[in-house]
Design a protein. Sequence first.
Length: 155
Amino acid sequence: MTSTAPIATEPLSDVIPFDLTAWTNWLQDQVDLLWRPGEWSQQAWFFDGDVDNPRTSASKCITTSCWTVMHSRGLFCRHCLELHKTSTLSKEEFTATYERPRRIRTQWGTEREPCALDGPSGRCERPAHCGQLCRTHYSRWRRLSDQQVTVEEGP
């Protein structure tokens, strides 16, 4: 018959008390206040890298009209990469001419325009999400094999 071994506990090592004030003072003394002006906020202890600064490793998608921030320079975002693959344009032509649709942003508490589709039962009342369509109608349109269909021809 086997029995469980007793659990031996060892006393914890001595804990050194942490002085938050001393640590904060030391850290503030180490920070260069002139480091990356416009990107580093000493008051908020916040760094917001400028994607146009060559010292920042992140940058925007190489498509001129795209706003997506990428982890490295010279890359397409997923959206633009997928569309470039299906286009007949060269990389240079695509990056210069493709117009990425803007996201619909509203202030908190305000209402969006309704979906642009009218059907036999009347106009869709859901809020527009992308390209004047609600999420449901936009998703259906994206699944269509021919995305040259206009909003009026609709999903």
